[in-house]
Design a protein around this ligand. Structure first.
Ligand code: NAD
Length: 275
């Protein structure tokens, strides 16, 4: 039972289940990422803003796993948007990570009020062209931001990484992205612990029926919905649990009951307002 690979519009593939390191303390990051690789993750999601790129790179080297077997994502920080800063920020990320190419480079937030994201994206296109970024994408983009990129630039983002979990299912955005070949990557796939997701009745019921943990039900729902997921945990047991979601399947009623939990409510920041 290996993790499904999703084909991106860049011609590359991404493992559908990855491991996120937001809020992993730099002092713990090397151990945490080494554990994640040891339990079987081959897709790691970091960001310059998480201040742990150096430690992620160190873990990858320490693991002894060949670089090409690991899918690595990082993200451009919000204060590096100005066209003249983007090149340097990208080069510094490669240096901190200790690698010569990235699997996926994302614009972390659109920062719409400063009006830079189109120029930033044009610079991202050069990283794709020179092979230093094998895929390029965006994060926290709303439909109007995607429409602007589609109208004004050449390369369609491979993914949009957005807040997505059972009470915020992003139906409209997902439908839009599906028509443009943009894959949906879910951040906060477990709701970031900000509401009692695991106590919700349909999730409890499915967990019981399949003899799995509620977190596994939620991640399985994401997989069957078509989302790429990057759950985070510092605990090796939970890392393993979050990856062990390929041996059962939710039936149509179970999926529908979780679909019905959608309140179209964010628990994180609104991309229109973060600037
Ligand atoms: P998450 O939804 O993955 O939740 C993490 C929390 O769930 C942790 O506190 C952990 O203790 C708990 N948890 C994990 N596995 C569990 C299990 N099996 N059982 C019970 N509890 C469990 O939230 P997240 O870390 O914010 O999101 C995942 C990743 O998404 C991040 O690490 C980061 O890489 C990415 N992210 C991106 C953005 C963005 O703006 N692009 C924003 C937030 C997060």
């Amino acid at each position: 039972n290996s993790v499904p690979q999703i084909a991106l519009n860049s011609g590359r593939t991404i493992p559908q289940v990855g491991f996120g390191v937001f809020l992993v303390d730099p002092a713990d990051t090397q151990r945490v990422v080494e554990d994640a690789l040891a339990v079987g993750y081959r897709h790691i999601d970091t960001a310059t803003g998480y201040n742990n790129e150096t430690e992620v790179g160190a873990a990858i080297r320490a693991s002894g796993i060949p670089r090409e077997e690991i899918f690595l994502t990082t993200k451009l920080r919000n204060d590096h948007h100005k066209a003249r800063d983007v090149d340097g920020a990208f080069a510094r990320s490669l240096e901190m990570l200790g690698i010569d190419y990235l699997d996926l480079y994302l614009i972390h937030w659109p920062m719409p009020a400063n009006g830079f994201f189109v120029d930033t994206w044009r610079t991202f296109e050069t990283f794709f062209a020179d092979g230093r970024a094998r895929s390029i994408g965006v994060s926290n983009f709303l439909v109007p931001h995607l429409e602007t990129l589609l109208a004004e630039t050449d390369i369609v983002p491979a993914v949009n990484q957005v807040e997505l979990h059972p009470i915020f299912q992003q139906r409209e955005l997902r439908a839009f992205q599906a028509t443009h070949g943009i894959h949906t990557e879910a951040w906060g796939p477990l709701g970031q612990g900000k509401y009692d997701l695991f106590g919700m009745e349909p999730i409890q019921a499915a967990a019981k029926a399949h003899a799995v943990q509620p977190a596994q039900v939620v991640l399985r729902w994401h997989l069957q919905t078509g989302n790429i997921v990057i759950p985070k945990s510092n605990s090796r047991d939970r890392m393993a649990q979050n990856l062990d979601i390929l041996g059962f399947e939710l039936d149509a009623q179970e999926m529908a009951a979780i679909d019905a939990l959608d309140e179209n409510r964010r628990v994180g920041g609104d991309p229109a307002e973060i600037n």
